[in-house]
Design a protein around this ligand. Sequence first.
Ligand code: SF4
Ligand code: SF4
Length: 357
Amino acid sequence: MKSKVYFIKAHSREDAKVLSDKAEKAFLATGLTKKIDEDDFVALKIHFGEKNNTGHIRAPWINGIIRRVKERTERAFLAETSTLYTGSRSNAVDHVRLAWSHGFTPRAVEDLPILITDGLLGGDFEEVKVKAGTLRSAKIASGIVRSDALVCLSHLTGHVLSGVGGAIKNLGMGCAARPGKLEQHAVLHPRVNAKACRNCGMCLEFCPTGAIVQAEGHAVIDDAKCIGCGECLIACKKGAVKFRWDEDAARVQEKMAEYARAVQTLFKGKIAFLNFALRITKDCDCMATSRPAIVEDVGILSSTDPVALDQASADLVLERAGKDVFRKGYDIDWAAQLRYGEKIGLGRTAYDLIELD
Ligand code: SF4
Ligand code: SF4
């Protein structure tokens, strides 16, 4: 059996209206609109980008999708959750202001409200049973749990912990409340290589929990305070911070897939996924910087199967680049999330690619 993945070529340089029309076409192909009932609460899960990030999905690109959803129900909203790390998105008030500053104003998004679905401080969640895998339950944002349908809008990027960030990451990590994100990151154990460390202090500035101190001529990480966010790994230009890539990265991906499965089961088929494979960067949109693209733009993909969608998206990127640009960024076996996702019933890695025009 293969899952259907729809694909439409696109480039971020195209006019926003053209991109919106293409995204709308990809969305309609999933068939979700026919399943949305009047008065359904529909969450359009999106990432607004960290402050100063420029890679995120743009508000005008999703106008066509919003209009189609609004034809079915007036109760649609843009959904996000708070970040684990401190920053401009760690509470609902700052987060909504940031979304506005990145162009997601009511006027720009057809008057759709923005809801930070895990509450003011990221602590509002419900335990959702995980039907497969090692976790018994997942701590999912209450606003997501209480919704009737979900449109998962993801910007495809590389990622410091999962190698690739697409639909599975947006669903699993992105729909988790802060305690759920913490649970997924908790398996990470960064260490500082004393010989490589130059004691520059940069990682101390980035660490959101004050887990790093300078001692004995190099940085040292206090496990008791570390939340496994990976910020120090990105901050260190000397490559002195190390994870156990094979074990830690694979385990994070597995937990993420289990969380994604928990969210997926909530919606009983009223769920669709779109990946925007445009402005693909080495890191995700949580980075507070503008980063160069690592490959030419590919297009917009959609599916009702998040595993097939991420597999097809990555395959197209690798084909376009002629090499594995994700592994060039971080030497992580990013396909672990796909293999494990398939194992626990999240979706299939086999797909039929249907090109739309
Ligand atoms: S950023 Fe790297 S080199 Fe600088 S103190 Fe931290 S671990 Fe050491
Ligand atoms: S992963 Fe690094 S930056 Fe994040 S909490 Fe742990 S020590 Fe601090």
